[in-house]
Design a protein around this ligand. Structure first.
Ligand code: NG1
Ligand code: ZN
Length: 534
């Protein structure tokens, strides 16, 4: 007989002195603290599925760009979106219940949320390459069994692949079908869409892809089998940092987070001047491009650059397709977006920009208010979402010229190429490659579209990060009282100065961001604001 929730919970005891919070990226911490949390996430996944009449919920076990000894877990809603916000709270409550009370809290949630315990519960899950993954999967399965859920183990996947599969399962056989429900279906969809998107264009030279020694390596290697090859006028991808057998190498001196925060290439990089390079993170949902300019050294093309590139390309295609007046195109950023990128989108591309708090769920939500919503965090996490009206327009508009027909076909291909459920480094990379090929641009031309303001991000250790409360999409502090006025006073003294402080949602620290006209001033402003905040 299966364990009851009570007896199963006893096998996954909660560390007594620990409290947990479902944050921007689900639960994330040292892997050895996560066993009870993952067990209870299994219970929540079952409840959530029952609440939604048996629609399938996804669970991903990953700690993304964090070190190998960390791990994490997050839930995926039926359309491949992040878990609905109110459920983050329920998940937190269950994660913090004493072992003996887990069953009681579970049933209380069931009653309060009006969940029929006899409804079916369906869950799929996957994990990244971390050594702690299999043990945590055992805890998850114990939770799913105790809650009598049906489940499927998709083993190793990138985070965006799990989001894709979740949406595919829940739309299978409907007019909104998102694709074939299998990993192979994902590769086939991307491969076919990419071939259509680059038809007749030439991709110059190879692209060197740093896979952070994570799950993106084997998955990209698999995807390559479905892509048009270099000799057929397709793409030449060189996979590097693809070692998933040495766990300690994951995200170590490589990967998107390393490149973005250190503002340099991985030390292992053998790329030459002007070589087109990009880095994924440990679960392949972030993407950063870069190259070395023989004159100016290392040049970073981050999430802001990918957003501007995508917005300008889709904006041009919509005009060529004769749809510019029908479609509302917009870009969503966070306060970490470089001020120069915001200016370029508004003044250069003539598109609206919306700023939201940190965390892709906020950006994703805001992007849905546009027909074409382009959203990226500066760290390279983002995607493009298309409204039902946009999809309809691309599919039903009768072209009046071969150029219009071409633009419409490229737009249709993009809607399949782009993973609309969540930021997806593999899909985003094929998008960037498509756009560069269409524009006949090297990274250098892309880099020349605007000049980033020098900026600095510092992590400040504080006694209590929850003291710092913000408003205005995290750009202004309301507490501690008076601190924002002091920051404003400092900022005024710097040309093109901008600075803000906010508590991290994923680390026990305060983050201070500053930008200014010169490198030295940005550094100076950041350190002065950091000193004020301590
Ligand atoms: P926090 O720790 O809340 O700043 C970080 C990133 C976010 C987001 C989340 C989730 C920065 C400054 N912050 O959030 O953009 O990606 O992690 O992974 O990069
Ligand atoms: Zn990630």
């Amino acid at each position: 007989m299966a364990d009851t929730i009570l007896s199963a919970a006893a096998k996954h005891p909660k560390p007594e002195d620990k409290s947990f919070k479902y944050g921007t990226a689900g639960f994330r911490m040292k892997a050895n603290l996560l066993d009870s949390v993952v067990f209870r996430v299994g219970l929540v996944a079952a409840l959530r599925s029952r609440k939604l009449s048996g629609q399938t919920i996804g669970v991903m076990i990953t700690a993304s760009h964090n070190p190998p000894e960390d791990n994490g877990v997050k839930l995926v809603d039926p359309m491949g979106d992040m878990l609905e916000a109110s459920w983050e709270g329920y998940t937190t409550i269950l994660a913090n219940a004493p072992d003996a009370e887990v069953e009681g809290v579970y049933h209380k949630l069931e009653t309060e949320l009006n969940i029929n315990p006899e409804s079916p519960a369906r869950v799929i899950y996957a994990r990244d390459t971390r050594p702690s993954g299999p043990t945590l999967v055992t805890a998850l399965v114990d939770g799913l069994k105790a809650a009598r859920a049906e489940y499927t183990d998709y083993k190793l996947l990138t985070t965006p692949q799990l989001h894709y599969l979740t949406r595919c399962i829940n739309t299978e056989g409907t007019p909104q079908s998102y694709g074939v429900v299998s990993e192979k279906g994902y590769y086939e969809k991307l491969g076919a869409a990419f071939a259509r998107a680059i038809k007749g264009k030439k991709i110059s030279g190879p692209v060197i892809v740093d896979c952070a020694n994570g799950v993106g390596g084997p998955k990209l290697t698999e995807l390559l089998k479905y892509l048009p090859k270099a000799l057929e006028g397709g793409i030449d991808i060189k996979v590097v940092n693809n070692d998933v057998l040495r766990p300690e190498s994951l995200n170590h001196e490589c990967g998107a987070d390393f490149v973005k925060t250190k503002q340099r290439a991985p030390p292992s990089s053998k790329a030459g001047p002007n070589d087109r390079c990009c880095s994924l993170d440990g679960d392949a949902d972030r993407l950063i491009y870069y190259f070395t300019d023989p004159e100016h050294g290392f040049r970073l093309l981050d999430g802001d650059r990918i957003a501007t590139l995508a917005a300008s390309f889709i904006g041009d295609l919509s005009r060529e397709a004769g749809l510019a007046d029908e479609l509302k195109i917009g870009v969503v950023q966070t306060a970490y977006a470089n001020g120069a990128s915001t200016k370029y989108i508004v003044n250069g591309l003539g598109l609206p920009v919306v700023c939201t708090p940190t965390g892709v769920k906020h950006l994703h939500h805001a992007a849905k208010n546009f027909d074409v919503g382009v959203y990226f965090e500066a760290n390279g996490h983002g995607t493009v979402v298309f409204s039902p009206q946009a999809l309809k327009a691309f599919n039903t508009k009768s072209p009046e010229s071969p150029a219009q027909a071409g633009a419409l076909e490229t737009l249709r291909a993009l809607t399949d190429l782009i993973n609309q459920t969540v930021g997806d480094a593999l899909s985003d990379m094929l998008l960037v490659e498509t756009i560069l090929a269409h524009k006949s641009w090297t990274p250098r031309e892309w880099d020349l579209t605007y000049t980033d303001l020098p900026n600095r991000l510092v992590r400040v250790e504080v006694t209590d990060r929850y003291m710092y409360k913000t408003t205005d999409a995290e750009r202004k502090l309301v507490e501690p009282a008076g601190l924002q006025e002091q920051i404003d006073g400092l900022v005024k003294k710097f040309k093109d100065g901008r600075s803000f402080a906010r508590a991290s949602g994923t680390e026990d620290a305060l983050r201070v961001y500053a930008e200014a006209a010169t490198r030295a001033e940005a550094d100076d402003l950041a350190s002065k604001v950091a000193a004020l905040c301590k």
